[in-house]
Design a protein around this ligand. Structure first.
Ligand code: BES
Ligand code: MN
Ligand code: ZN
Length: 498
């Protein structure tokens, strides 16, 4: 919506007028595999391959001038794409993102990326458009002596084998999904003092309503009317009032059912509350609303792309602060649904606000639930930073979400919800406790959430490890990743809704 569309052009390569032509290169490629590239480079490509200066391992980069006067491209870069059989949409998205980041750092103005890989052309085009767009992300800077970041290049996709409307539409779709991922990254990156719950609600509302999604922001009075005691409990320690951001995508002519309900954790800063966190690394807790940002930005994508089904988004948002009026360990809170919770640890706040959020999504008519949350450190211990934890029931629904996540490039791995784990949440005094001890910490957190799903098909993505990259990768700089935006958006377009 804000960004320039990505055009798709056909061959021959020699006719493409661009500052840089980027060609994904497979390990089994011969120098002649991509028509004319070697000759156009004055055989620099052959030379680099022969001396193994370039081996086509993922994200390797070799750039050389085009010497052939018949060609209109000024330079060509080959970018490593691994083995051809492994280069489906997932790898191509990352290859495109890495190429985009490199081209951008060299301030190249017009970049054409050639679509090559295993799979359907439209899927590959979409993935490449997503990758290039992800490369446009600016971390946003409060440095006063730094010039504004350079404008991103103009991207074009070279699609040689097939030119049709489906390809153009796929590029537009990838553009939108990449853009919405970047918007979620911007929100997650914003510090806690600028992105308060009220500010988060305002920005999320603007993003989604621009896309034709109906947005309502519930203030503290409305939240009290709904008796969302879990959210209100967490909010007590803060001088900033809580909000619930409600999104509705209700396309005319859509069936009454299904209604996809997306729920995101919107803690704009998590100090831990009275069970306060150690100082070291606490600054990272500004991204504890990454799940909420993913829901908001997925709703934007759903609006722009016009999903055929109804979708509801619910993002409860508050700070988790210690304060004179803050909840204390041992306190008992009553959820909007009426269930009572003994608060053992005020740092297990995400599950509290999501409990009321899931209930509200059901009130609004959701038939299928997906929640996204930076929920537990235990999930990072279990899966590291490479995959989100995936929980839920029934298995068939969880499996669908998993497949969609895989395709979207948001790797998620299934975790069990064996009934026996639920015992860990048993309280002596209330319906349940909000923590289940250290063993299986991400599982008991998920089981706490399950209590609020009313038996609906439900999937929970624990993105504690995947929302933020601690180390830069060629395709992903340090910082917020925008995880889950594309998965949530894509879910609303799946054929299985029938
Ligand atoms: N937001 C945190 C989880 C988190 C920690 C995400 C580190 C990303 C990086 C969450 O609210 C939290 O504090 N969880 C506690 C739960 C515990 C008290 C049962 C945790 O994981 O330590
Ligand atoms: Mn916490
Ligand atoms: Zn938290």
């Amino acid at each position: 919506m804000n960004s320039e569309p990505i055009a798709c052009i056909g061959g021959p390569l020699s006719a493409i007028d661009t500052d840089l032509l980027v060609v994904p290169w497979f390990e089994e490629d011969a120098s002649t595999s991509v028509d004319g590239v070697d000759e156009a480079s004055g055989r620099e490509v052959s030379r680099a391959l022969t001396v193994k200066e370039f081996q086509a391992k993922p994200y390797e980069w070799f750039i050389t001038p085009v010497t052939d006067r018949q060609w209109r491209a000024r330079r060509v870069a080959i970018v490593g794409a691994g083995r051809r059989a492994d280069c489906g949409t997932d790898l191509l998205r990352k290859v495109a993102a890495s190429a985009g980041v490199t081209a951008r750092s060299r301030r190249i103005e017009r970049v054409t990326f050639m679509v090559r890989g295993e799979g359907g052309t439209a899927d590959l085009v979409q993935a490449a458009a997503e990758g290039l767009t992800l490369a446009e992300f600016n971390a946003g800077s409060y440095k006063t002596d730094e010039p504004a970041p350079a404008a991103p290049p103009t991207w074009t996709l070279a699609v040689l084998d097939e030119r049709c409307e489906a390809v153009t539409a796929a590029a537009a779709r990838g553009r939108t999904l990449g853009e919405c991922s970047n918007l979620a990254r911007e929100l997650a990156n914003e510090p806690g003092n600028t992105l308060t719950p009220r500010e988060f609600a305002k920005r999320a509302a603007a993003l989604a309503s621009e896309a034709g999604v109906r947005v309502e922001i519930l203030d503290e009075t409305q939240i009290e009317k709904l008796r969302m005691g879990l959210l209100l409990g967490v909010a007590r320690g803060s001088s900033e009032p809580p909000r619930v951001i409600v999104f509705r995508h209700e396309p005319s002519g859509a069936p009454e059912k299904p209604v996809l309900g997306l729920v995101g954790k919107g803690i704009t800063f998590d100090t831990g509350g009275i069970s306060i966190k150690p100082a070291e690394g606490m600054e990272r807790m500004k991204d504890d609303m990454a799940g909420g940002a993913a829901v908001a930005c997925a709703m934007r994508a759903i609006g722009i792309l016009g999903a055929p089904i109804r979708v509801i988004g619910v993002v409860p948002t508050t700070e988790n602060m210690p304060g004179g009026r803050a909840i204390k360990p041992g306190d008992i809170l009553t959820s909007a649904e009426g269930k009572t919770v003994e608060v053992i640890n005020t740092d297990a706040e995400g599950r509290l606000i999501l409990g009321d959020g899931l209930w509200y999504a059901r009130q609004l008519g959701a038939t299928h639930l997906v929640d996204v949350a930076t929920l537990t450190r235990a999930c990072v211990v279990a899966l590291g930073k490479l995959a989100s934890g995936l929980f839920g029931a029934p298995d068939a629904w969880v499996q669908r979400v998993r497949e969609v996540a895989d395709r979207a490039g948001d790797r998620a791995w299934p975790m069990p919800l064996f009934e026996e784990y639920r015992d860990q949440l048993k309280s002596d005094i209330a319906d349940m406790m909000n923590t289940g001890g250290r063993p299986a910490g991400s599982i008991t957190a998920a089981m706490f959430l399950q209590e609020f799903t009313g038996g609906l098909p439900w999937a929970h993505l624990d993105i504690a490890g995947t929302a933020w990259a601690e180390e830069a990768k060629p395709y992903l700089p340090k910082g917020p990743s925008g995880v889950a935006v594309r998965t949530l958006a894509q879910l609303a377009f799946e054929k299985f809704w029938g």
